[in-house]
Design a protein around this ligand. Structure first.
Ligand SMILES: C[S@@+](CC[C@H](N)C(=O)[O-])C[C@H]1O[C@@H](n2cnc3c(N)ncnc32)[C@H](O)[C@@H]1O
Length: 295
């Protein structure tokens, strides 16, 4: 076994050969989409676009490229996600930075942005007041600010690393003048009148965390995952506080885990909010639940 976990850099090897060898190495390390991941890591190590690779698979890897590819290979074999190795992730229409100790934003969460935007579409050009509870990387708030040009948003997170990530991504997307950040426990330090509240709270049952894939269990922070014994403890806390935080007619949209939509809708109704619908993820599962405060 080498220092880089078994994938030796070979200067002079062609890009195409390195790709095949890396895909086999990652597959043997238990990585699911080994070939796709190998391509992304190779493109990054060589500074290539897909088209450049297709046109020149016979080009030999330079020494520095081979060295970086070996480092990438060792990290991926240790089950670090590609988005963390490359420190970037496409979310909605944006290219976000990904940080250690902060949840790597997922495509599933785009369901929350889509449902939220559909519910305020008639108010797109108003100066809406947005709140992102548990902002993490800032993915949701950045997506909403991108689509609601007059809106102003508040991001709240308990984690200082998450707030730094939110701030960096707001700046990266050009939205820092339209947002404020607050370290705190959900909306506890805020007083109301938000038109749109979004959140992707931790919702994994504490007892299930050890069963998650290594990519999640070893690399996403527990604070971003752990939803208590039944997975619903954060959703319960947030739901109870939403009527106080929402403006009359305002809507809240929460991401939930698979199988939690029904119970979440019941918690929102018990808090006195009206049902405003759900949205399914790409796999057809209800993953975003919305509620509205009556006018
Ligand atoms: C599942 S992550 C979501 C991050 C981001 N919104 C996204 O969708 O990618 C949950 C976030 O909630 C934050 N969090 C956990 N407990 C919290 C609390 N009591 N108050 C505020 N934020 C909290 C975590 O630090 C984490 O950033």
């Amino acid at each position: 076994m080498s220092e880089t976990g078994g994938f030796e850099a070979r200067a002079g090897e062609t890009r195409g050969q390195a790709l095949s060898r890396l895909a086999r190495f990652l597959e043997a390390s238990g990585v699911e989409a080994a070939r796709e991941d190998a391509r992304l890591l190779l493109f990054d190590a060589c500074g290539l676009t897909h088209a450049e690779f297709v046109l020149s698979p016979e080009t030999p890897l330079g020494k520095a490229e081979a060295g970086l590819l070996a480092e990438h290979a060792a990290r991926r074999a240790a089950r670090e996600p590609v988005s963390r190795i490359l420190a970037t992730r496409g979310f909605w229409t944006l290219d976000l930075a990904v940080f250690p100790d902060v949840l790597d934003p997922r495509p599933d969460t785009e369901s929350v942005a889509a449902l939220a935007l559909s519910l305020v579409s008639a108010r797109r050009d108003e100066a809406l007041r947005l709140l992102d509870l548990g902002s993490g990387s800032g993915a949701l708030l950045c997506a909403l600010l991108a689509e609601l040009p007059q809106a102003f948003g508040v991001a709240v997170d308990l984690s200082p690393q998450a707030l730094l990530a939110t701030r960096t991504n707001l700046t990266r997307c050009g939205f820092s003048a339209r947002a404020a950040l607050l370290r705190g426990c959900w909306g506890g330090a805020l007083s109301g009148a938000f038109d749109l509240i979004v959140g992707n709270p931790p919702y994994v049952r504490s007892g299930d965390i050890d069963e998650l894939s290594p990519e999640v269990r070893l690399h996403d922070p527990r604070l971003a995952l752990d939803g208590g014994v039944d997975g619903l403890s954060c959703i319960r806390e947030i739901a109870a506080d939403l009527p106080r935080l929402l403006a009359p007619g305002g809507v809240a949209v929460l991401e939930v885990g698979c199988g939690q939509a029904h119970e979440t809708a019941a918690l929102l109704a018990a808090a006195g909010l009206d049902d405003a619908g759900t949205r399914r993820d790409a796999g057809g599962r209800e993953r975003a639940v919305a509620a509205r405060r009556r006018l």
